[in-house]
Design a protein around this ligand. Structure first.
Ligand SMILES: [Zn+2]
Length: 452
């Protein structure tokens, strides 16, 4: 084991040139992004409307003889407008010019960026132009996450959950993982966790791809694979920066998994996101990425697993009685069945969408001594999950149901976010029903025999 440990802890020789680049700020330099507040009126109006509607993405798509303008808001696509083809084409060209894309260039996908300066600060927008039939289509993604989307409260962490997270981070060393699928809001949570640390009193460094939100007192490094700055290379450099806290945008391969674990072993607090289905499976994922169980056992402090639900507009949502299936769902998790749950409606305040944001729903697993030991011994994730449950770690669906009971989310959103759990419960029920059918048939046969 010692040899493994030595290998594992052995510092990889640092790429000096890369380090110098980074320290001098040559790599993380976004001067190639166009800065221009003077966009034509149509484009400015479009962007302003997108911000007002809290859209994360804007799509401009040819649709018959029109151009459809569609916004993605809280994860759902809404058609905002259908412009006459000439007008839509003009708007698309304005996007191209703003992103420094040749307007004569057709039928090849092009990617670029633009920086839009608003009174509320700069918004970086990534632009992808792709051919669509005989026309072009555009996708614009707002890269910056506004301040309000990174506070623990607005993301849906309860006071108790925040306290639990603070306790886990108090140790100031070890590994805290935020796991979930793509689009589960992991990076927002990462910022929320960072905001719980007193970064002004620490050296905090992050390596991100992309940087979605500028944080005070955090040295943020943008991954730039074109210049050789991968997540792994960035992490290697970060380790030389005397950090107390390291934030890893995403553990996405063996190298970044190993180096994050190594940093945690060397006495740093490492907070990272990981693509995984739940807290127990996150251990398995890290092991699959090559981190030995004994390293995970000694470094893991907490695993947060999460998903997103749309937050109901408090102004217009209406209460209704629960269906039988919904009642059974609350009962299944031994939760008090609420008098009512809430549906989305739509009003002026929420722009008719019925929702005003998105909320995280969480499973927060503190890794105690018992689970540490299990991880060190390579215990299966099923057994680890059982231990979490007996230790009182509530699964994501319980958090989602309690948010539905409080009127923060609709049951439809709970079903959507937690469909895997619900499918498993339904399958269990079917299994039980077919088992009881068998029993019935057996006794029926016996009875027949008896009569004979
Ligand atoms: Zn409303």
């Amino acid at each position: 084991m010692d040899q493994h440990l030595d290998d594992f802890l052995l510092s990889v020789e640092l790429d000096k040139a890369l380090e110098n680049d980074l320290l001098n700020g040559d790599v993380d330099d976004d001067t190639d992004i166009e800065i221009s507040p003077q966009y034509p009126e149509n484009l400015t109006n479009l962007l302003q409307q997108a911000i007002l509607d809290r859209a994360t993405d804007v799509h401009i798509d040819p649709f018959g003889d029109k151009m459809a303008i569609r916004f993605r808001i809280d994860g759902i696509v809404h058609t905002k407008q259908k412009l006459a083809m000439a007008e839509g084409q003009r708007l698309l060209n304005q996007v191209k010019v703003a992103a420094k894309i040749d307007i004569e260039k057709h039928f090849v996908p092009v990617e670029s960026q633009m920086r839009w300066l608003t009174e509320m600060g700069a918004r970086d927008i990534r632009i992808v132009i792709t051919p669509a039939g005989q026309r072009d289509a555009a996708h614009m993604r707002f890269m910056t996450t506004p301040e309000q989307f990174t506070s623990p409260e607005s993301l849906g962490f309860s006071d108790q959950q925040q306290q639990q997270i603070r306790n886990a981070m108090k140790a100031q060393h070890g590994l805290v993982l935020v796991s979930g699928s793509t689009g589960a809001g992991k990076s927002s949570s990462l910022y929320a966790l960072a905001s719980m640390l007193e970064l002004e009193k620490k050296i905090g460094v992050s390596i991100e791809d992309p940087i979605e939100h500028d944080m005070d007192h955090l040295r943020q490094i943008q991954v730039d694979e074109d210049h050789g700055l991968t997540m792994y290379e960035g992490l290697r450099v970060v380790l030389r920066m005397d950090p107390d806290v390291i934030i890893v945008g995403e553990i996405r391969d063996e190298h970044s998994a190993m180096i994050a674990a190594r940093a945690a072993m060397a006495g740093r607090l490492v907070i990272a996101t990981l693509h995984s289905t739940d807290s127990a499976s996150a251990v398995e994922t890290m092991h699959y990425l090559g981190v030995p169980y004994y390293v995970l056992g000694s470094t893991l402090r907490m695993i947060i697993s999460q998903s997103l639900v749309r937050k109901l507009c408090m102004n217009c949502s209406t209460g209704r009685k629960l269906t039988q299936q919904e009642t059974e769902l609350f009962e299944h998790y031994n939760m008090a069945v609420p008098d009512q749950v809430y549906n989305s409606v739509g009003c002026n305040e929420c722009g008719g969408y019925g929702h005003t944001d998105r909320l995280g729903v969480f499973e927060i697993a503190t890794i105690g001594k018992d689970v540490s030991k299990m991880i060190t011994h390579g215990t299966s994730h099923e057994l680890i999950r059982d231990t979490f449950r007996s230790n009182g770690v509530k699964p994501v669906i319980v958090d989602a149901l309690s948010k539905a009971a409080m009127g923060m989310a609709s049951m439809e959103e709970v079903y959507q976010a937690c469909w895997l759990d619900i499918a498993a419960i339904e399958e269990d029920k079917l299994q039980k029903n077919s088992d009881s059918d068998l029993v019935y048939n057996d006794s029926y046969t016996e009875e027949l025999e008896y009569t004979d």
